[in-house]
Design a binder for this molecule. Structure first.
Ligand code: AMP
Length: 210
């Protein structure tokens, strides 16, 4: 966006944790994003605007200059590696693990494993690094269902408490990545709007440490 500074925030769990952090950094939306269907929020800081969008769309908005900054989970960022983004801050929110999981007590598998996941690139990289060829089945949600119904042998998904795995008869097999939410910045915005973005980064870094 041309004027001011636009921050794209992933809706849902990340938004809930990001709002108190942004407030400590001095940025508060004028309307409650949890209580309206609005997508654009002016804030108490003239010229700083929040947009609240799907997690997977945050890097796309920031990469294409629709937003200058973004708050997104490392799980989403691992899927969309780009030279045009800075990732200057680990916000230490939205913590969980990206894990390989499968049915408890499943017999050892021969042949090519089928893995159901939303995280196709990360899963492919993980198995490629082990020299293992797998078949990846792309799903958009409820990955835990896939092994239960025989769609896949294993899944790769986010795990927080582990309750969802347990309740579906699955167990963790390997930790692929520790996940937390990161601040991302469009490289061109950083150059053009440095005077506005730099002080915000400092305030946010202080708010993370609080
Ligand atoms: P849990 O049952 O606490 O292990 O949470 C697992 C479920 O919540 C899975 O469906 C995950 O996709 C989702 N989940 C866990 N942590 C996160 C997170 N930080 N961001 C988004 N989704 C998450």
């Amino acid at each position: 966006m041309k004027d001011g500074m636009t921050i794209a925030v992933s809706k849902g769990r990340i938004l809930k944790e990001a709002l108190p952090l942004l407030a400590r950094a001095g940025v508060q939306p004028l309307d409650d994003p949890g209580a309206t269907r609005k997508l654009v929020f002016e804030t108490n800081q003239a010229g700083i605007r929040l947009i609240v969008i799907r997690a997977t769309d945050v890097p796309t908005y920031v990469l294409n200059g629709g937003a200058d900054l973004g708050i997104a989970g490392k799980d989403v960022l691992l899927e969309c590696v780009s030279d045009n983004l800075y990732e200057p801050l680990d916000l230490n929110i939205g913590r969980c693990r990206l894990m390989l999981a499968g049915p408890k007590d499943a017999p050892a598998q021969s042949g090519r494993l089928r893995i159901a996941t939303k995280y196709v690139a990360t899963t492919r990289n993980y198995f490629a690094a082990k020299g293992q060829q797998v078949e990846i089945i792309k799903l958009y949600g409820s990955m835990e269902l896939a092994p239960v119904l025989g769609l896949s042998d294993l899944i790769v998904d986010l795990v927080d408490t582990g309750n969802t795995l347990r309740e579906n008869g699955l167990a963790p097999l390997a930790n692929i990545a520790d996940i937390s939410s990161r601040l991302i910045v469009n490289k061109a915005s950083m150059k053009m709007k440095r005077a506005r973005i730099k002080p915000f980064l400092s305030r946010l870094a202080a708010a993370i440490r609080e």
